[in-house]
Write a protein that binds this ligand. Structure first.
Ligand SMILES: O=C(O)CCC(=O)C(=O)O
Ligand SMILES: [Fe+2]
Length: 360
């Protein structure tokens, strides 16, 4: 990645501004607080953060620091090898796992390289994105020879972060006024995946992005970022890009598209991106908490009513996932699959609302 290939160059409107807005920042939430004790504001703090930002940071989250540090070290060792070693486990179309340095977001190449693996091994996913194809296939992880401990430290880390995901999804359920275990069943055969991101120094951070603007398609993301910084979140109140200042040992949590749909838009999945850096390399590790492939995603009945009709048509999560993954390999000129494709048009919602009010 020595020079800036035109494939990396963002359209003018998406290039980063030089001035960084760090502002008040996203909320920092202490998870050691007991959610159900008298006077605890933990559940409402999470609800407020989900509503206002779609993002928050957590401390005292229960993931042992030592497991995170071991993985961060192993990631540096893996990406520190010569390219010919890294590409030995290059990701192919039929695999979700492995190495890639050709990730594209919204059809523009990202200034980064990644190593992907899934929490469960194998995971079961639809064989193709075609709606009429009922076949499923197994996707297996692949591991490099070096560093030899990578597999073990990845698996141990993912096991710990999964526990945090369950804790968070329960707090989110409570914050929506639902029983804590409302969402648990969806994750029985989860197809969660973890990504090791390496953003090398970039000679043209004013033209390219480490990772282009996007929303996460799953339920919840738990991100570990190093101390370099570069993650920006689009502030809901005014659409400004706000830099997320690294907090040592904290995780950054964001609501994904599935929670937006389940909550019928009480919470929204928010756009974010990563700025490239001309001097420093950066590492980050997102854990994407994803339900089982057969999950039909739709607004929860408990959160809809005649006055507040479902804003989304049901969709199959496995097909959505496989379509997204497939889209990465073809530099298509069309937009990849989005939940907006399943959104009920406003005019139709207004009609339904009027009908509900007139019969009431
Ligand atoms: O590297 C980061 O800080 C963000 C990564 C991210 O948003 C993603 O991989 O979806
Ligand atoms: Fe993301």
């Amino acid at each position: 990645m020595g020079e800036v290939d035109p494939a990396f160059i963002q359209d003018l409107e998406h290039r980063p501004k030089l001035a960084i807005i760090e502002a008040e920042g996203i909320p920092l939430i202490d998870l050691s607080v007991d959610a159900v004790s008298d006077g605890s504001t933990l559940v409402s703090d999470i609800g407020d953060a989900c509503k206002k930002w779609g993002f928050f940071q957590v401390i005292n989250h229960g993931v042992p620091l030592e497991k995170r540090e071991k993985l961060e070290k192993a990631a540096r060792e893996f990406f520190g090898q010569p390219l010919e070693e890294r590409v030995k486990i290059r990701r192919a179309e039929v695999r979700v796992s492995g190495y890639s340095n050709t990730e594209h977001t919204k059809n523009v190449r990202d200034w980064k390289e990644v190593f992907d693996f899934t929490r469960k091994n194998p995971i079961i996913v639809p064989a193709s994105a075609r709606p009429d194809d009922k076949q499923v296939v197994e996707w297996y992880n692949q591991w490099p020879e070096y560093p030899p401990q990578l597999r073990e430290v990845c698996e141990e880390y993912a096991e710990e972060v999964e526990k945090l995901c369950f804790k968070l999804i329960q707090l989110i359920a409570l914050s929506l006024g639902l029983p804590a275990d409302t969402f648990n069943g969806f994750f029985k055969d989860q197809i969660s995946n973890v990504r090791l991101n390496h953003y090398p120094p970039c000679p043209a951070p004013e033209l390219a992005l480490g990772l282009g603007r996007h929303k996460d398609g799953g339920a919840l993301t738990v991100l570990a970022q190093d101390d370099v910084g570069g993650l920006e979140v689009k502030r809901k109140s005014d659409g400004e890009w706000i830099r997320v200042k690294p907090t040592p040992e904290a995780f950054i949590i964001n609501v994904g598209d599935i929670i937006q749909v389940w909550s019928n838009e009480r919470y929204e999945s928010v756009e974010h991106r990563v700025i490239a850096n001309s001097e420093k390399e950066r590492f980050s590790i997102p854990f994407f908490f994803n339900p089982a492939h057969y999950t039909i995603v739709k607004p929860l009945e408990e959160l809809t009513s005649e006055e507040n009709p479902p804003r989304y048509r049901p969709y199959n999560w496995g097909k959505f996932f496989v379509t997204r993954k497939g889209g990465n390999f073809k530099k298509l000129d069309v937009e990849n699959i989005q939940i907006s494709h399943f959104r009920v048009p406003e005019s139709e919602l207004a009609n339904r609302f009027e009908k509900a009010v007139s019969v009431a």
